[in-house]
Design a protein around this ligand. Structure first.
Ligand code: TXA
Ligand code: MG
Length: 360
């Protein structure tokens, strides 16, 4: 069985909520009223999608749900929109962005898609798998991507998200969307609309409030730009599943020769409080993030369980949400129980190790 089964076609719908009147986004781009409060938090019905698409076409920024985490989207063909994403996140400009497209056919406009990429797209797209591929050279095909998206590299990271709101937005705006996770650089990724507001506040024009993200961890990033596939970031599409389709994959972190993701810095995904791993108990002034049956676990000023059943999919979906909940003033550290290094546990532990790494 796949670790990931597509959400689309499972009867998810967009709802049909009336949006509030147009006040920002396109309005801000046209220097609308400075007294208006941003962002607009919209339940993602068809009219809200139409307005978000209008904001994107005018160069504004829209936060939207994907199956992994919320993305901060902007027009990937516009230098100005891409620069606004970097500014909103406080992200270093050497760290490239993922370009979101509806499908493999659209991806081939911007990237060179080889047989390995095609095999993976057929099984995992739309879904939580980002492929780093050679960018199409200017003049070849219709590559209108901003150079800033790739931070000067000759590759582009590309993915088709499997969320009805993300897909509706992509088709309504007709643009490839550059979208990093919708949080300040280095902080915990957002898995609910209020996380976006806490993290980015008025730096975003519209937030499409589509509920909690079902996967809860960022996509797997696989570099296919060289002869040997390299796993740059573990996620819900597992290394062993990729290897079954296209053969051996090197893990960037284990291999000094393997390419690295410019964004995979040691300290990342970090709450304000320090994180302590492999904890078996918590002090009175610590928060305790547990996993598995914990009826007899004591200690900690606050305690949350990632999955009492020991289910790694449930733990992944809860990880960033629970870290944010426990990250409160007065908490000296967040103590985290050991998570098994198997299946989705590999991606969970990757994020936890970065959350616990010394801050730069
Ligand atoms: O699940 C996700 O992937 C979410 C949702 C919104 O789609 N997006 C996300 O984006 O996590 P971001 O920007 O937070 O992480 C993108 C990662 C970074 O580690 C970045 O360095 C890497 O992908 N990346 C982007 N372009 C790359 C490239 N051309 N070569 C190598 N790594 C690249
Ligand atoms: Mg991120």
């Amino acid at each position: 069985m796949l670790s990931w089964s597509p959400l689309l076609n499972r009867g998810a719908n967009l709802g049909n909520h009336p949006p509030r009147p147009l006040t920002y986004g396109a309005g801000r781009v046209k220097a609308g009223s400075v007294t208006e409060k941003r962002p607009d938090l919209l339940p993602p019905g068809p009219a809200a999608i139409a307005r978000a698409a209008e904001v994107l076409r005018a160069g504004g920024l829209v936060a939207f749900p994907t199956e992994t985490v919320y993305g901060l989207g902007g027009d990937a063909t516009s230098d100005r929109a891409v620069a606004a994403i970097f500014a909103a996140k406080g992200r270093p400009s050497f760290n490239p962005l993922i370009v979101h497209v509806p499908d493999a056919v659209t991806a081939a406009r911007y990237a060179v898609v080889d047989e390995r990429a095609t095999a993976l797209m057929e099984v995992y797209w739309p879904g939580p798998l980002t492929l780093v591929l050679p960018r199409r050279a200017a003049g070849e095909g219709e590559n209108g991507l901003s150079l800033l998206v790739s931070a000067g590299l000759d590759t582009v990271a590309i993915r088709a998200p499997d969320h009805p709101v993300a897909q509706a937005l992509l088709s309504a705006c007709g643009l490839p969307l550059a979208a990093p996770s919708a949080n300040r650089s280095g902080a915990v990724s957002p898995t609910a609309p209020h996380h976006v507001l806490e993290s980015l506040g008025d730096r975003v024009d519209v937030v499409l409030a589509g509920g909690r993200c079902p996967v809860g961890l960022e996509s797997t990033v696989l570099d296919l730009s060289g002869p040997t596939p390299a796993l740059l970031r573990p996620g819900a599409v597992l290394r062993e599943e990729i290897e079954r389709l296209i053969g051996p994959v090197v893990v960037a972190a284990d291999d000094p020769e393997a390419p690295k993701s410019p964004g995979q810095l040691a300290s990342h995904y970090a709450p304000s409080a320090p994180v302590r791993l492999e904890a078996t108990e918590a002090a009175a002034d610590e928060a305790f993030l547990t996993f598995g049956p914990d009826r007899f676990v004591r200690g900690g000023a606050a305690r949350l369980n990632l999955s009492t059943q020991g289910d790694l999919n449930e733990a992944a979906a809860n990880l960033f949400h629970h870290l944010r909940q426990l990250d409160k003033p007065g908490i000296r550290a967040i103590a985290v129980m050991a998570i098994p290094e198997q299946g989705l546990g590999v991606a969970i532990n990757d994020r936890l190790r970065r959350a616990a790494a010394p801050r730069g």
